[in-house]
Design a protein around this ligand. Structure first.
Ligand code: MLT
Ligand code: ZN
Length: 465
């Protein structure tokens, strides 16, 4: 079917105004948040129901035109932006929130509902969805499920797949799979829910999610601890975990990242002198100790490796400390388009990685400026390299960093996904048997390669033996 017939067919399915082809209106869907990944889509299609999604997928499949599902477009690896000629399937209009089942502790959510909307909905019942990260106002639950997103509460509640009990998705032939009974025990056949989670739109289009809710923990205090090294930060964390059970989140950032945030945002210096590294954590009241705040103060003051500390309890002050960490992404982006990598290291290799990284990067990009921050509890480092884009045109910078990560036994893709950015390097940590199994799943569920082709899997299998 020629594109013009496909567009007419799509207009019939979703209505004229929801097939967008005008370049200005298409632009926000065609480029990702980092400005590194972009394409020229045939059209953006905005269905309002799962039935419409199904019909859109069928129409695209019949026309042999690939489509890429897109939620809030906050992804960082090019998984949700179109390549030339593809149809962007925006899930933004499928944004219903609820119903919430307070007994079974579940919440239904349309794929286009945002993380913040869902947090608020769960909060009305005194519950929480257990997921949080800085893009909360824009990131949608469909994308969060599709990328198996992580964020700041992973040490406590796990990544997205642990928070999702069921989902509904449209397969490449337009058929709909719906597994949302809500029962906690259900071993009926292969677990298609978990297969879809983290498949980045390559196996199906997620249209709705059933979230598993938790009872939120009351935060006793938030600490920003200045230290000299990553090993010192880990020593502080170990001491806190030895004396308390409620560690809720633990993040880190460096002096240079903090300076960027202070340069681009109107925020105050947290300390009266600079320090090399900062550890930020929340402590919850699991132990129900009335003096927990004071005990934490004493612990942190007594630790030799702590250079300085700010400990706060009220919500506004806590938010201000968190902004110093959460605004790092935007501050980096305000400086330029970075090479953005998202890796995880075994904790005992974390400082080794930081020590070797600068030299490894300098070899391939002499003027690169690394800004590192992330989720220290999981060894998850967001490596942002400014002034390195040109040298990474053929992937040399990415390869140097990911080689180092693989040699230290880490993950080359921690929580942002594979998309277009990382697919070449899957063989670094996935065997040929592993890749062959993934390819078999892809071709069984999407034999014509209609859904997000070219993402996730490398061009060809390179044995890593
Ligand atoms: C974060 O932790 O801030 C996000 O994963 C975004 C990023 O890495 O830039
Ligand atoms: Zn992150």
């Amino acid at each position: 079917m020629p594109p013009v017939d496909l567009l007419a067919g799509l207009r019939e399915i979703v209505g004229d105004t929801h097939v967008v082809t005008d370049p200005d209106s298409v632009a926000p869907y065609a480029q990702d948040w980092t400005r590194r990944w972009h394409g020229k889509p045939l059209a953006v299609v905005r269905p309002a129901t799962v039935a419409q999604v199904s019909s859109v997928v069928r129409a695209c499949a019949a026309a042999g035109v690939a489509l890429v599902p897109q939620g809030g477009n906050t992804g960082l690896v090019g998984a949700g932006v179109p390549q030339d000629g593809e149809v962007v399937l925006s899930l933004a209009r499928i944004d219903q929130v609820g119903p919430l089942d307070p007994l079974g502790k579940t919440l239904m959510a349309g794929a286009g509902s945002t993380l913040a909307q869902l947090q608020r909905a769960a909060g009305t019942a005194g519950l929480d969805i257990g997921l949080d990260f800085s893009a909360r106002d824009t990131a949608t639950i469909g994308g969060i499920a599709a990328t198996n997103a992580g964020g700041e509460r992973v040490m406590r509640n796990g990544v997205a797949r642990f928070r999702i009990r069921g989902l509904e998705c449209v397969l490449a032939d337009g058929s709909v799979v719906r597994r949302m009974s809500g029962v906690a025990k259900d071993n009926t056949g292969y677990d298609l829910v978990q297969l879809m989670i983290g498949s980045e739109g390559t196996l199906g289009v997620i249209t709705a999610v059933q979230l598993d809710l938790i009872r939120p923990h009351k935060i006793v205090g938030t600490a920003l601890v200045a230290v000299s090294t990553v090993d010192d930060a880990l020593t502080v964390l170990r001491a806190v975990q030895r004396d308390f059970t409620g560690l809720e989140a633990a993040e880190f950032f460096h002096h240079d990242g903090l300076q960027l945030v202070l340069k681009h945002e109107r925020l105050a210096q947290p300390f009266d002198r600079p320090h090399p590294l900062y550890l930020l954590f929340d402590l919850a009241d699991d132990d129900n100790r009335p003096d927990a705040y004071d005990e934490l103060t004493t612990l942190l003051t007594d630790l030799d490796c702590v250079r300085d500390v700010v400990l706060v309890a009220n919500a506004a002050e806590r938010r201000r400390l968190w902004e110093l960490r959460e605004l790092q992404t935007e501050a980096v982006s305000a400086e330029g388009v970075p090479v953005k990598l998202d890796v995880a290291l075994p904790l005992n290799q974390f400082s080794n990685f930081e020590r070797q990284l600068a030299a490894v990067v300098r070899e391939v990009a002499r003027h690169a400026v690394p800004i590192l921050f992330g989720h220290i509890a999981e060894g998850n480092v967001h490596v942002n390299l400014l002034n390195a884009l040109e040298e990474d045109a053929d992937g040399a910078v990415t390869e140097a960093v990911l080689d180092l990560v693989a040699s230290l036994g880490g993950s080359i893709s921690a929580e942002h996904g594979i998309g277009l950015a990382n697919r070449r390097w899957l063989p670094l940590t996935r065997s040929s048997a592993d890749l062959a199994a993934m390819r078999a799943i892809k071709s069984a569920l999407d034999p014509e390669g209609i859904l997000s082709p070219g993402r996730m899997l490398p061009e060809r299998v390179v044995p890593n033996t």
